[in-house]
Design a protein around this ligand. Sequence first.
Ligand code: ZN
Length: 447
Amino acid sequence: MQSRCCATIRARANTRSSTPSTSRWSRTRSRSAPDLSGGGGRPAAFLFPQGNRSMDPVSATDRYLATIPAARAALATAYTQGGHWLVLWGWLFSVLVPILILRTGLMRRIAAKVAGEKDRKNRAVFAVAVTFFLLHWLLLLPWDAYADWWRERSYGITSIAGGAWFAQSLISAIFSAISGGVFLVLLYLLIRRTGRHWWLWGTGISAVALFGAIVLQPLLLGPVFQKFTPLPQGPVRETVVAIAHETGTAADQIVIAHGRDGPSYTARVDGLGSFARIVLGEGLVATPVDTAALRAVVAHEIGHYKHQHLLWLTLFMTVLVAVALLAIDRLFTNVARLLGAGDTRIADPAALPVLAVIFATFVFVTTPLINTALRSVELDADRYGLDHAREPDGAARALLKTVDYRAPSPGRIEEILFYEHPSIRHRIENAVAWKAEHPAAAPATAR
Ligand SMILES: [Zn+2]
C-alpha cells in the first residue's frame, strides 16, 4: 500500500491492491521540516526541560506546533480534510462500479460459458472473479489515478512518475485478480457445500487470506516496488544497532528502502517473527541525521514488531470479516433485488458484484472502528518507543516532520472518524507527559 501507514492493513472496499506495508511512522515531502535541531547538528530539548513535573503537556505541545509555518499547516489541513471526502467518494465509486458491471450481464455470460454443459463450477467462479477484479480496476483507474497519484503529486507527497505509478497499479491489479480469484473459488465452494453456516467457514479461509495479505504480501511484493539495502557502516548504523541491541532485536532485520517516492521520512514493519523486516525510508537516514529522532522512530517500529501488532490486527480484521460475511449472508437477497439482479442465489458467481457492494459498504461503515484499532496499536508502539529510546524530544521532532500529510490538531470526532494514527498533537502531548513522568530518564543521546 502504498497508502501511507497501517491504513494499508484495512481490507479495502475496492479491489485495488497494494502492498500492505504497515505501521508507517511518517512520510514527508521533500520540503524541509521546521528546524528544531538547535544548531550545531545536536538536537536540543529547548522547548521543555527534562523532568519538570510541573510542565503542562498542552502548552508545551502548543510551543512545538507553533514552529510549523502557517502556510505549511494550512496546506496540510487542506490535504487532510480533502482526504476525508475521498473516503466518501471512494465508497461511492466502489458501489457504482460493481452495479455497472452487474447491469452489463457480462458476469452471467462468462459464468454460463465457462461452466458449460459439464457444470465446471470452480472454473466458472475463477473466470468471473478474475474478470470482475480486472474490470473493477480498469473502471476505477481514473479515480485511482486522481486520488492515489495526481492529488498526492500535486500536494508534493509523492514524486513518482505517472508511468511508474500505472505499472505498479497494474502489477497489483493482476496479483489481486489471481489471488482474489483463488480465494473466491474456495469461498464459493464453501457456500455450496456448508449450507447456512458458510460464513463461519468463510471466516476461516479469510483468516488465512488476511494473514497472507497483511503479513506475507509485503515480503513478497515489497521487493517488486522498492529496493532494500542493509544499513551502511556509519553513525546511522551505529544508532540503529544500539537501539536494536537495547531492545533485543536483530539489527540485520533493519533495512533501508529505496524507490517509489524518493527521499522520504518513513519507517514500517513488514512480516512477522524472524521473517520480519523493519524498513527505514531514505529520508529518515539522510544526513544530517537527527539521532534522537531516529532512535525514537526505530524504537516505535520495534514496538510494533515486539508487540506483534500485525498479528493482533490480523485477528481484529478476521472478526470484522466474520461480521461482513454474516451481513452478506443476511442481506444478499434483498440487495440483489434492489440492484436489479432478480431472484438470484448467493452461490451464483454471476452475482459476485452484489457481494462486492455489500462488502464495500460494510468497510465504509466500519472505517472509524478500523481506524480506532490502528490508532490504539500506534499509541502502544509510541509508548514502547518512549520507554526504550527515552527520546521524547526526538519523538516530537520526528512527528513534526509528518505534518505535511496529516493536519496536526484535528477535532476529537475528526480524529476518531478519519485518523489512522493518533494526531500529532495527541502524540506529542504523550511524549511531553512521558518526559514529565520520567525525570531520571535522560535521553540516551545526551549521555
Ligand atoms: Zn507505527
